[in-house]
Structures are given as structure tokens and as C-alpha cells.
Design a protein around this ligand. Structure first.
Ligand code: G3H
Ligand code: 13P
Ligand code: ZN
Length: 312
């Protein structure tokens, strides 16, 4: 089937109490690892591309890689999504360039400005059948060139969401309830917590409306251990506990964003490979196992966190 937007995926996910994985893609091995797992488990998937990914791999290469995945995975719906679009122009260029979904991230803008740009993006996108995600509230952590200090981050205000969604016409909303980007989401000794009360309040104000969780990697400890064991230095890397993500998926959360867990799976595998095979130098020798690690990690997410196996 051709690339799809997120409309139908989210409707089914909301009603079925599960979530769709939105995985960041930056190269061929990542695209293959993710989509092979999804095809085998018959799981719908969102492949998302950040500004950093476009800078690294080039828009055309990424679109073509995703198109190849669509061809290789005939049984599952795949959406191609712009992650953290910083401006109307970036969103427009991705809509014009074949994306089926875009995020306009105006979370750092004043409220009215966020509404103004998000509604222009939605108006343009909808002419082409492209769905739009926007964000209210601000996550801590590093995304692209934007780094948000923890003390500048703030939770989404449920009092704003209805007004925001009605005035912008966006199709889904990313909210801040305590997740954050990157591999260091909580301090050592700090008890991981999400504000499920805010999520529930948002859901009450927006019945049936799909909510998105950014910064939702669980920072798999087996991979952190491997990185540290084989020469890496990632002390105290901590993510969102899987059971919290599962709970969110049964609520209004229809899209769970995962990037750091892909990075970790690949890095852990490649570090181990180099340590055990110091004489090897063919990239296929270490990128192959890294791709398998991504595939296994994604299969685990589908089964344990997202609950979307068999929902294609
Ligand atoms: O939200 C951020 C994603 O992890 C993308 O990261 O901008 O370094 O590609 P990136
Ligand atoms: P993680 O850093 O938790 O993987 O979040 C990724 C993300 O939100 C991409 O938009
Ligand atoms: Zn994000």
C-alpha cells in the first residue's frame, strides 16, 4: 500500500487502546531494522525524519529509503512524518516533497504565535491530505540544535488544549507530562514519574483526540550496560519505564516517539562487535548486527510497550 497519513492509524489506535511507534530514521540500516520488525509483526508504523536527519542524509535519500521500505513491506501502513518542524517553510517543503504527516513544533513560541503558524501549516497540509501534529508545553532535553534546560521546560496546561486544537485545526497534539528527549531523562536516585493526571485532563477536554508523547525512549538498561562495558561512557542513562508508556498507550496517547533507544541499540552492538572483532573493517560486518539490534528492539516495543502487533 502507498504511504499513508496518520488519520486512520490514530483513530484505530485510540479506539483499540494501543499506540503507534514513531521511530526516527537517519540511514538505511535504521529504516530496514524498524520496518522488518513491523512487517513481521503486522504493526503499523510512523517513520519520522528530523531536521538533523535531513541535514545528515539529505531529504531525497531519506524519502527514497522510506519508499523502498513501503515496497518491501506490502502488508503494513507506513507514514512518513516530519519530526519537530521548526517553521512553516520546513513543513511546506516536506509536504511538497512527499511526506504524509508533519509536526509543526511551536512549543517555544508565545501561545498566539504557535496558533498562527500551526493553523497555516494545517491549512496547507490538509489540501494535500497530509496530517499535522503540533505541540503545547515544553519538554526538557536536546532536540536538534534546540536544547531546552530542565528549568525552562513546563507541563502542558489542560486549560489551553481545546482552544488550541479548535483554532489550529491540527490532527494530533504533543504534550509535556514529564518525558524528555535524550538518554538522561531522570537523575540517579530520582523516581521516574509522569503526570498521568495532566494526560487524563487533556483527554477529558479533547475526547477521542490523538495525543503524542515525545521523549519516550525507555533507555534499555541492557544496552546502557553494553555501551559502558565495551568502552563507552554513559553513566546514569535513564529512560521512561516501559509500564508507564504502556499505560499511556491505553489512554489517549496514540503516537510514541523513539529515537534514543535506536541510537543506543546500534551503539551498544557496534561497540561490542569492535571489541570482539578488532581486525574487522568491513562496515557490513558491524552494521548488519546493528540493524538486527534495531529490529529486535522495535519488535520488543511493539509487543511490550505499544501493543500494536497485528493492527496493520
Ligand atoms: O527529538 C529529537 C530526535 O531525537 C531527533 O534528534 O535532531 O538529533 O535528529 P536529531
Ligand atoms: P527520545 O530521545 O526519548 O528517543 O525521543 C525522541 C523524540 O521525541 C523524537 O521526536
Ligand atoms: Zn521529539
Amino acid at each position: 500500500m502507498p504511504l499513508v497519513n496518520t488519520k486512520e492509524m490514530f483513530k484505530k489506535a485510540y479506539e483499540g487502546g494501543y499506540a503507534i511507534g514513531a521511530f526516527n530514521v537517519n540511514n538505511m540500516e535504521i529504516v530496514q531494522g524498524i520496518t522488518e520488525a513491523c512487517e513481521e509483526l503486522k504493526a503499523p508504523v510512523i517513520l519520522q525524519v528530523s531536521a538533523g536527519a535531513r541535514k545528515y542524509a539529505n531529504h531525497t535519500y531519506l524519502v527514497k529509503l522510506v519508499e523502498a521500505a513501503v515496497k518491501e513491506c506490502p502488508d503494513i501502513p507506513i507514514a512518513l512524518h516530519l519530526d519537530h518542524g521548526a517553521s512553516y517553510d520546513i513543513c511546506k517543503s516536506c509536504i511538497d516533497g512527499g511526506f504524509t504527516s508533519v509536526m509543526f513544533d511551536g512549543s517555544s513560541l508565545p501561545y498566539e504565535e504557535n496558533i498562527e503558524v500551526a493553523s497555516r501549516v494545517a491549512e496547507y497540509a490538509h489540501k494535500y491530505g497530509v496530517t499535522v501534529e503540533a505541540e503545547l508545553g515544553q519538554l526538557a532535553g536536546v532536540e536538534d540544535e534546540v536544547s531546552v534546560e530542565a528549568d525552562k521546560a513546563h507541563f502542558t496546561d489542560p486549560d489551553q488544549v481545546q482552544d488550541f486544537v479548535t483554532r489550529t485545526g491540527v490532527d494530533s497534539l504533543a504534550i509535556a507530562i514529564g518525558t524528555s528527549h535524550g538518554a538522561y531523562k531522570f537523575k540517579p536516585g530520582q523516581k521516574p514519574q509522569l503526570r498521568f493526571d495532566i494526560l487524563q485532563e487533556v483527554a477529558n477536554r479533547l475526547p477521542g483526540f490523538p495525543i503524542v508523547l515525545h521523549g519516550a525512549s525507555s533507555v534499555i538498561q541492557e544496552h546502557v550496560k553494553m555501551v559502558n562495558q565495551y568502552g563507552g561512557q554513559m553513566p546514569d542513562a535513564i529512560g521512561i519505564p516501559e509500564e508507564m508508556l504502556r499505560k499511556a498507550a491505553t489512554m489517549a496517547v496514540c503516537k510514541i516517539n523513539i529515537d534514543s533507544d535506536i541510537r543506543l541499540a546500534m551503539t551498544a552492538t557496534i561497540r561490542k562487535y569492535f571489541a570482539e572483532n578488532p581486525s574487522h573493517f568491513d562496515p557490513r560486518q558491524y552494521l548488519g548486527p546493528a540493524r538486527t539490534a534495531v529490529k529486535d528492539m522495535v519488535a520488543h516495543k511493539i509487543n511490550v510497550v505499544l501493543g500494536c502487533a497485528g493492527k496493520a
